[in-house]
Design a protein around this ligand. Structure first.
Ligand code: SF4
Length: 398
């Protein structure tokens, strides 16, 4: 039903001051978005599944990097049903390199729930979407508005930054209350194109109102009304509490080749990088790694070559891994070697793991079937570097 002018005026009068300022920017934003938005594959056909997939991928990765992952994922799993029925190994392989594997596992749980409860159709209902595994306020808002044209905001870091600068809001954007208030203020003024409005904010934040003190205000459609810009505060907003310093963890990583095959270990089902494969490794100082290597050398005196020692690091949000890696080659009868070797491998895991969590694989399978988290990419690459480079590079005996 069409609203009367009186009803519109009443509604406007009840808006908070912030909502009113946001409302005044809508037209400029939509006009700018229509002229300037990037052509992205998930914008071609914004079905609920496509929006869901792209939003989860984009939460952790740059747009350019997501393009390839998105295309590959959809060509393997074109429908929500395919996602619900996919084998976990396949799912993890498709996600390999994106990190945060719990997100793709949650996506599958959500897909299964949609198959069971909603007959395979994602519900056109913000509250119901919000109950699905892995779907928070942001993702529920993005799916509701972009795929179903429902009037819900989708507040991510880009939107928080743009809106904080626009109205010179000095509230800490890392606080849940700041996000909640912005969601409520935006919810009150959602226009008739909610999906485009949300995307215009995300797009402006991603391409113009850039983070880390580098907004391109001279190209911004909101510069004439942006309070932070007019007061010269665009580079100090938004306010964001500093994160705690990362803890440093030292680890030893072992590329062990048994007659050219490689030993992998499946991480435990809980905790960081749960259930993924890795080169055998342990938490410990480099000296502990050298001691372990020494024990191995004594146990296989004629059959072992220890040919490389490398270092690499990987940064997670809360911890930095500093890794020392070794390449070990052992030749001989596989079964005999394995029987002698696996007690040493168990030592790395403080004997809590079963022998069955290790496997021996050839390189083709290693690359095509098993998902090794990107935390190990750099060290693995360095250790793999084939023999044949300079002697110093590849044959540094320990
Ligand atoms: Fe951001 Fe500058 Fe635009 Fe303000 S004028 S919204 S600070 S880019």
């Amino acid at each position: 039903m069409k609203q009367s002018q009186t009803e519109i005026n009443d509604k406007t009068n009840k808006l908070s001051e912030n909502s009113r300022l946001y409302q005044e920017a809508i037209e400029d934003l939509l006009f700018w978005y229509d002229q300037n938005h990037r052509i992205l594959p998930w914008r071609d056909e914004p079905t609920p599944y496509h929006v869901f997939l792209s939003e989860i991928m984009l939460q952790q990765t740059r747009v350019e990097a997501v393009r390839g992952y998105y295309a590959r994922f959809l060509s393997e799993l074109p429908t929500l049903r395919d996602l619900a029925e996919a084998k976990e190994e396949k799912l993890l392989k498709l996600w390999e390199g994106l990190g945060y594997y719990s997100r793709v596992r949650n996506m599958q749980k959500a897909a299964k729930e949609v198959m069971e409860k909603y007959n395979g159709e994602m519900p056109a209902d913000y509250e119901k979407l919000r109950t699905l595994p892995g779907i928070g306020d942001y993702t529920a808002g993005a799916i509701s508005s972009i795929a179903f044209s429902l009037p819900y905001p989708a507040v991510d870091g880009n939107v928080l930054r743009v809106m904080s600068r626009l109205i010179k809001n000095e509230a800490d954007i890392s606080k849940e209350q700041t996000k909640k208030t912005l969601r409520e203020d935006l919810k009150a003024i959602m226009p008739s194109r909610p999906g485009d409005f949300n995307q215009s904010l995300m797009e402006l934040g991603a391409t113009v109102c850039l983070p880390n003190g580098k907004p391109l205000c001279d190209r911004c459609p909101l510069s004439h009304r942006c309070i932070a810009f007019h007061e010269g505060k665009e580079t100090i907003l938004p306010v964001k509490q500093k994160k705690k310093e990362r803890r440093v963890e030292r680890r030893n990583v072992f590329l062990i080749q048994l007659n050219e095959k490689t030993i992998l270990h499946k991480r435990s089902a809980k905790g960081l990088l749960a259930g993924l494969f890795e080169l055998p490794e342990e938490k410990g100082e480099p000296e502990e790694g050298e001691k372990w290597i020494e024990k191995l050398r004594l146990s296989f005196p004629e059959k072992i070559t220890i040919s490389k020692k490398e270092t690499a690091k990987h940064i997670f949000s809360h911890v930095e891994w500093q890794m020392t890696g070794y390449r070990v080659e052992i030749t001989g009868d596989e079964e005999t070697i394995w029987n002698r070797l696996w007690p040493y491998l168990l030592c790395l895991y403080r004997s809590e793991e079963e022998e069955s969590s290790f496997l021996v694989t050839d390189r083709e399978k290693l690359e095509n079937e098993y998902t090794i988290p990107s935390a190990f990419t750099e060290i693995t690459k360095k250790l793999w570097k084939e023999k044949g480079g300079t002697k110093n590079e590849n044959r540094t005996r320990l």
